[in-house]
Design a binder for this molecule. Structure first.
Ligand SMILES: [Zn+2]
Ligand SMILES: [Zn+2]
Length: 334
C-alpha cells in the first residue's frame, strides 16, 4: 500500500496558520514575530525538506530491509494504524529525550531550539542533519515488530503535523483533560524554555503521558514565563551556522580532548559535559539556580548542557547568573 506524505498535504495549512497567528498577535499588540527570525525559520524548514528528500530513499530502503526480519505479520487494519501511531509517539519520545541528553543527537536537534521567538514559524525549524546523526535508529524497532514502513512513515508524518500547532503563545491552556493527556502549547513552551526549572523537560510529541510516566514532566507556571532559545544563544540569523554550529563545536572539542575517553565523552555525554568540569550541564544550571551559593568560587563556563543549550563556549560571555534566569547571549553576532 502506498500512502501520501501527510506533511506535504499540510503545508498550505501551515502557511495559513502562520498568517492567522500574525494577525492575532498584531490584534493583541504582541510582538511574537521578528521578520529576520521568521525568514530564518522558513529557510531552515526548506533546507530540512531538501535534506529529507535526499535521505528519504536510504531510510525507506533500510526500513524495508529491517521489516524483512519482522517478528509478526501486521496488516493494515485500523487498530494497527492506531497502535502504530501510539508506539511511534513513544519512539519519538525516546528519540527526543536522547536528542537532548546525548550531544551527538543534540548537534542535529539544536536547530529546532535556536530561535529566541516562539511562534508557529519556529515549528518549521527542523534538522538538516538528522540522517547523518542516525535519528532513524529510534524507529527501527517498529519495523522489526512488523509494522509496514509506509504505515510508520505515515504515522510519523501525522505526529509532525500535530506538533506544528503547539508552537504558539496565542493559545494559553487547553481544557484540563486535554492538558493531562496531550502535548499542548503550554507543555511545549516549557520544552523550548531556557529557564533553569524548565530545562530538559517535556519531550513529548503528541501524548504528554510519556513525560508523566518517565518523570520528565514540568508544568508551565503562571509566575515564571518561559524565555526561549538555547542557553548559549545562537545570536545569528545565518542558516548555515544554525544548522552546523554544534557539529563544529563538537568536532573542535573532540579534536582538543585529551585521550579517547574524553573524545567519546564530547560526543556521547550530555551537552555541556566537559572532561574537566569547566562547563555547565542542565543539572548544574538547575542546581546553581536552586542553591546559588554552591556556584560561587570557580564557576564553570556556560558551554552546553541540557535541553536548550548549545555546546559552544561563548567567547567572552559571562558565567551564568546564580538564579533561575539563565540566559547567556553571545554578543556581536547578530
Ligand atoms: Zn527538543
Ligand atoms: Zn518544538
Amino acid at each position: 500500500m502506498t500512502l501520501p506524505d501527510p506533511v506535504d498535504l499540510a503545508i498550505p495549512a501551515f502557511v495559513a496558520l502562520v498568517l492567522a497567528e500574525m494577525v492575532v498577535a498584531r490584534a493583541r499588540n504582541r510582538r511574537l514575530y521578528c521578520p529576520k527570525d521568521t525568514l530564518t525559520s522558513l529557510m531552515l524548514g526548506f533546507g530540512s525538506s531538501v535534506a529529507g528528500l535526499l535521505a528519504g530513499g536510504a531510510v525507506f530502503a533500510l526500513a524495508g530491509w529491517v521489516h524483512d526480519f519482522r517478528l509478526v505479520e501486521i496488516g493494515w487494519a485500523w487498530w494497527a494504524f492506531a497502535l502504530c501511531f501510539v508506539l511511534d509517539d513513544l519512539a519519538y519520545y525516546l528519540f527526543h529525550r536522547s536528542a537532548h541528553r546525548v550531544r551527538w543527537f543534540w548537534a542535529s536537534h539544536v536547530i529546532h531550539h535556536s530561535s529566541q521567538h516562539y511562534n508557529l514559524s519556529t515549528a518549521l525549524r527542523q534538522t538538516w542533519t538528522g540522517f547523518f546523526s542516525a535519528n532513524f535508529l529510534f524507529r527501527l524497532p517498529l519495523f522489526l515488530i512488523g509494522f509496514p514502513p509506509a504505515m510508520v512513515f505515515f504515522c510519523a508524518g501525522l505526529n509532525l503535523i500535530y506538533q506544528f500547532w503547539i508552537h504558539t503563545e496565542v493559545v494559553g491552556r487547553m481544557p484540563r483533560w486535554f492538558e493531562a493527556v496531550m502535548n499542548t502549547p503550554s507543555h511545549h513552551r516549557v520544552h523550548h524554555a531556557v529557564n533553569a526549572r524548565y530545562l530538559d523537560r517535556n519531550y513529548a510529541g503528541v501524548f504528554i503521558i510519556w513525560d508523566r510516566m518517565f518523570g520528565t514532566f514540568e508544568p508551565e507556571r503562571d509566575d515564571e514565563r518561559p524565555r526561549y532559545g538555547i542557553v548559549t544563544q545562537l545570536g545569528s540569523f545565518n542558516i548555515l551556522w544554525a544548522a552546523f554550529h554544534e557539529w563544529i563545536g563538537m568536532a573542535r572539542d573532540v579534536w582538543r580532548a585529551p585521550g579517547w575517553r574524553a573524545k567519546l565523552g564530547y560526543m556521547l555525554r550530555e551537552p555541556g559535559w566537559s572532561h574537566d568540569g569547566s562547563r555547565l550541564t542542565s543539572e548544574r544550571i538547575r542546581a546553581l539556580a536552586n542553591h546559588p551559593r554552591n556556584g560561587e568560587g570557580d564557576q564553570p563556563q556556560p558551554g552546553g548542557g541540557g535541553a536548550s543549550e548549545a555546546s559552544l563556549t561563548a567567547p567572552g560571555s559571562p558565567p551564568p547568573p546564580p538564579s533561575a534566569a539563565v540566559t547567556l547571549p553571545v554578543p556581536g553576532r547578530i
